[in-house]
Write a protein that binds this ligand. Sequence first.
Ligand code: TPP
Length: 618
Amino acid sequence: MGNKVILLGNEAIARGIVEAGCDVAVAYPGTPSSEILPAVAKFADELGTRTAVEWAVNEKVAFEVAATASFTGKRTCAIMKQVGLNVAADPLMSVAHFDLAGGFLIVSADDPGPHSSQTEQDSRYFAMFAKVPCFDPASAQEAKDMVFDAFDLSEKYRMPVMLRPAVRVDHCRQDVELGTVKDLARKADFKKDIRRWVCLPAHVKINHPQLNAKLDTVREDFETLYGRYNFEVPAKEKPRLGIIAGGVSFSIVMDLLKEWKREDVSVLKIGTPHPLPVKMVQDFIARHDNVIVLEETYPVIEMQLPDRTKLKGRWNGFVPRAGELLPEVIRDLVLAALGEPLPEAGVSELKAAIEEMKVTPKPPMLCPGCPHRASFFAMRKALPTGIYPSDIGCYTLGVNQRDVDTTIDMGASLTSASGFYLAYKTDGKDQPVVATIGDSTFFHMGILGLANAVYNRHAFVLAILDNSITAMTGGQSNPSVGEKLRQGDEGRRIEIEPVVRGCGVSFVKVVEPYDTSDSAEVFKEAWEHAKANREPAVVILRHPCMLLKQKQARVKVRVNPDKCIGCKYCTNFFNCPGLPFDETAKKARIDERFCVQCGVCIQVCPHGAIEAVEGEEE
Ligand SMILES: Cc1ncc(C[n+]2csc(CCOP(=O)(O)OP(=O)(O)O)c2C)c(N)n1
């Protein structure tokens, strides 16, 4: 039937964005949303649309660029992960009040669990907070369909609309129906109107009640016109349980009921959790004595109900208040609600299969040959009594070798360095502090912290770990790379050094992190400069990410067993997968499976036990 292909959930969303006639798509990467924008560019290239596709420097910028483009009457979207919406919260709150012209879609991907985020927050809460409608897909196909409806709804009520896919939808694979591009043939036509586009308090006084009225009408629409997303799957027998399920929990519940061949459970699917179709939900509750609510991760559906007395959910703690609703969690909750014992089958089989595979779980680590490892090593060698505030990127994994003392959110390495500086300064103490930040994160939010530190004369060292890529999220471009996504588009590279100098920093040195002795000397010099001049000193450690697969000199190494005393210095302070500690021999060894022959570890061993193998240097 039709033209179906297997797509990743994020690709399905991207395909929906292109087919729906979106003219401007802007994003900042972040798992689990990162695949959406590159797929928008790919489909736009394939389908020959005019869509502008851009990585922005951060989510606030992405949001404002896309939102403003919609003021011209075009369809636009801003894409981010859930914590990205925190960064874009300011424009979200005000643009919600606007009477928009073109459809404006916000895609905010959630990470229940969390798998790769610093919080487990629920973007639907933000939709409630900002008073914007929200769609919550249960599958890849539904996510694609919802993109169309979200754009239509946004244009019907001239307000932003959110799509919040959770990680299991983003990263599932499903056969998805492909369609053609909706040719809207719109021309940008910005109609000046300060009442509409300037968020003065006087205008908000009019716009806020209007926003409330819009929301009431959207709620009515969700009660009546969106039966494809909000519907009941009634029990064939007298129901012993009613389940209200949002997002991907619905798909899991349906799979379980099918597997169990249960006919005594009714399910109410809610695909539009905000504003909640309250009457529909209340009617379902009234017809069931025993009701549970399954939604990730906050009780958003529950909160919007005036009477929760009958509900078993996250609000009253029946459903755990945190964590992903995995199939085994939902299974246990449904059986507990039915008062039935847990069957052993399913999940224990899964556990047995995992055990059979003999997978040894390993914590995430920096890759072998990662330049960040060498940078950290040098920094610590130079300033062993330092405090090391860090940031969000691959380098957060420096926590394994104790080179990361704090992380808060993107850009906080610098501001935390300022905080430490001020705290110690009030005691009259010169405490060495080295902040570490990557190139993408520097442009995302770091520049502001640097300007603040220069202005206020905060003495610390800033190490910019420039691997010329946004590695953590899969290798996207950023201003220090300068590449764009659509074929034929040209970006422009921004060099970090002039930006740093432009912020007023006088000590700026670029070093090769693989040469740890040289960079350690520069770190010492930088700290002396920062202390003497009461200003941040910047060391840029530049070496391409190993994943960029650039050709580099290779040095074959070995551990000389006569010199290795088994002190574990290399394991504790370098922590390379290619250099494990052999607990039987009580000595370090080279694991050829992982070693990339970067040769940096030769500089690490205080006893000179790691040696280049003669004649093997390239
Ligand atoms: C507000 C926010 N947006 C996006 C992310 C996802 N994210 C994690 S690290 C990172 C950037 C990493 O790039 P960079 O700083 O260059 O360091 P690298 O990983 O290349 O070492 C991003 C975008 C996030 N955690 N928080």
